[in-house]
Structure formats: C-alpha cells, structure tokens
Design a protein around this ligand. Structure first.
Ligand code: 5GP
Ligand code: MN
Length: 346
C-alpha cells in the first residue's frame, strides 16, 4: 500500500468538479517534457474512459521523442491553432492544469485560461504554487506530476480505469523526471507505483530506450563538443558552466531537445555541486541549472535569471547577451560558495 498523503477535502472537491463537468480541457507547460506530456495524456485517457469530452492543449510542440506516447498525436498545439485552443478553453466546464505552478508557464495559453469561466484545478509538484486554481493539489516533495497524478487517480477510485496506455504515459513521466529513478528517487512509494504501472502493461525497457537512451548523431557530437571545448569547471567554487552560441548550435544542426541533460553532466565530477548551461536564443539567453545536495539553484535562478524551479533543477531567461549572462554567473561564484556551500554539508 502506498501512504495516504493527499488532502481529503481537495480530493472531494476535485471529484465533484469532474463529476459535474462534460467538457474538460487539460493543459501543461511550455516545451512539454515527459512528465508534462505523460500526465496530460494519462489523465486525458482516464477521463475519456469515464465518458468525458477531453482535449489536451499544449502551448507549443512537444519534443519529437515524446510523440510515440499514446494520444500524443491528438494534442492541440496552441502555437499552431490559437483560435481552436481559445475556443476549447472557453467551452470547457473544467480546466485541469498539470505540471506547472504559474500561468506564465503556459505562455500564450495563459490569457485563454484566465478568460475562461471554467473551474480550474492544479495538480503539480513545483514549489510556490500560484492561486489561480481551486483546488491546488501541489506536492513539491514528489518527484513527478505523474506520480502525484497516480495517487490522485487512486483516491478518485479510478485505479481500475488506468489501462496499459495510461500506465505507459504515467511511467514515462516518472522515469523522465527522475532520470530513470536516478535522482529524487528515494521515496519507496515510487517503486510501488512503478510496479503497479508495469503490472498494467507499461513496458519499462521500451520506455527507457525511447526516452532516455536515444540520441541522434548530431546531438551526440554537439554534446561531445560542449563537454570537450565549452565546459568550464571552477573547482574552487564547486561550479561548472557551459555556454553555447547560436552559431555553435547551428553548426551541429541543433533541434529542440538536443541539449536536454547536458547541464547534468558536469555534476558527475567530484566536488562539483552546481552546474549551469546557457543557450543563446534570439535576443535572450535560456538558463538551465542543476545541483546536488542543498545548493538551491531555484533561488539563484529566481534572484538573477528571472526564473525559478526546484532546489536541484531550475531555469530562467536572461535578457542580454550570452557573454553578459556568463559574466554574471562567474561574478556570483564567490558569493554562492560562501552563502550555500561553506555553510551546508553538500
Ligand atoms: P530545464 O532546465 O529542464 O529547462 O528546467 C528545469 C526546471 O526549471 C523546470 O522543470 C522548471 O521547474 C524550471 N524552469 C525552467 N525554466 C524556467 C523559467 O524560465 N521560469 C521558471 N519559473 N522556471 C523555469
Ligand atoms: Mn514535472
């Protein structure tokens, strides 16, 4: 048995909202990842099975490697069909927001959700949830929204409605948000849930190969180049930095997703407790950070890079050039060490 952690009142309210809704819109964050897509598709499948008219609306195109997930081809991409997305939110009786905590994370869809008269629900595991939904089912201690959603479905007495395809989607999110149960992976319940999903027919070996062990030749070369030529290691400060310019990305035929996971790699070096990857975009820099132990990259991203996230995985956007962003990161090394490394047992 998994432990009982969800708030009874919130579950009751959610059950009531679902029961009363005919049309349900599910939405998730920009650049939908395995957890965002997995949770949205699993919930869509379960709610469709109990007779609801469900649409999954995402702000932009999900990663190529996620398109094999059951139902992925049917999602409505807001950047392509904004009017259709708007009308779906307007017509919905209920909007369920998965894997994000603030409306700005759904980008161009935010005004549509705000304008809709539908009841709004949040099911998420990011810190500091906003108050645009009721109920807000927020559990930052959980490693994935998929794991949280599994618990929610159990409490809604929908466990038996989770079929092989929904189980596949849920396991996909649990695996991608933990690097195949390598980080945020000390919750014993995760393995009970994993076992239930495999029992329902989810093929973990196939998911691993498709989601976590697949790489294009150009991506492999870009990663190798970034590590060989562009990785700066600041041993005295426990930090690492990788910057890639537009020109470099183009040289390696960069497509979205190719630098996913790159920021984690320097953390394998002993003594390195936080790592940043800066990618030059048109007019701004996308910042991605990871850490080990107690080093709070979410605080750093929030204070200096206009973003946020989790203790060990965060990101943001820097308005300026790549060099300015890198200089800012380097200028913070000493103060970060004094503030977060010297005073904690990383
Ligand atoms: P990634 O480095 O994979 O892009 O993002 C890691 C985590 O950082 C995400 O799951 C999200 O919680 C957070 N994050 C990434 N980019 C942003 C951003 O621009 N703003 C905020 N608030 N959080 C972000
Ligand atoms: Mn997630």
């Amino acid at each position: 048995m998994i432990s009982r952690v969800l708030d009874e009142k919130k579950i009751k309210r959610l059950a009531h909202l679902i029961e009363g809704a005919r049309r349900i819109a599910i939405t998730t964050h920009l650049s939908p990842d395995g957890d965002a897509m997995g949770s949205s598709l699993a919930l869509s499948r379960v709610l469709s099975a109990i007779g609801k008219d469900v649409a999954v609306i995402v702000p932009d195109q999900p990663l190529e490697q996620l398109r094999f997930l059951p139902g992925a081809k049917d999602v409505i991409v807001g950047s392509r069909y904004p009017d259709f997305a708007k009308s779906l939110f307007a017509k919905a009786d209920l909007i369920i927001c998965l894997d994000f905590n603030e409306l700005k994370r759904i980008d161009r869809l935010a005004p549509f959700v705000e304008a809709s008269k539908a009841a709004k629900v949040m099911i998420d595991h990011h810190l500091a949830p906003g108050d645009f939904a009721d109920p807000v089912i927020s559990h930052p201690e959980m490693s994935s929204t998929c794991m949280l959603l599994f618990r929610v479905l159990c409490r809604l007495e929908l466990f038996n409605v989770i079929d092989k395809k929904a189980a596949t989607c849920l396991l996909a999110g649990m695996m991608t948000d933990t690097g195949n149960f390598a980080y945020n992976a000390n919750d014993p319940d995760a393995y009970i849930i994993e076992a239930e999903l495999v029992r329902k027919g989810a093929d973990k070996v196939e998911l691993y190969n498709r989601l976590l062990n697949r790489v294009s030749e150009s991506c492999l070369r870009l990663t190798s180049y970034a590590l060989l030529e562009k990785m700066e290691i600041f041993h005295d400060f426990g930090a690492a930095l990788i910057c890639l310019t537009r020109e470099e990305l183009n040289r390696f035929h960069y497509v979205k997703g190719d630098t996913e996971g790159l920021v984690n790699k320097p953390l394998a070096v002993p003594g390195i407790v936080y790592s940043a990857f800066l990618r030059e975009e048109d007019g701004y820099v996308k910042v991605s950070m990871r850490s080990k132990g107690k080093f709070p990259v979410n605080v750093l991203c929030n204070e200096y890079f206009g973003g946020g996230g989790h203790l060990n995985a965060a990101g943001g956007e820097f308005q300026g050039t790549l060099d300015e962003c890198a200089e800012l990161f380097r200028s913070l090394l000493k103060q970060n060490k004094e503030k977060y490394i010297d005073h904690s047992k990383n």
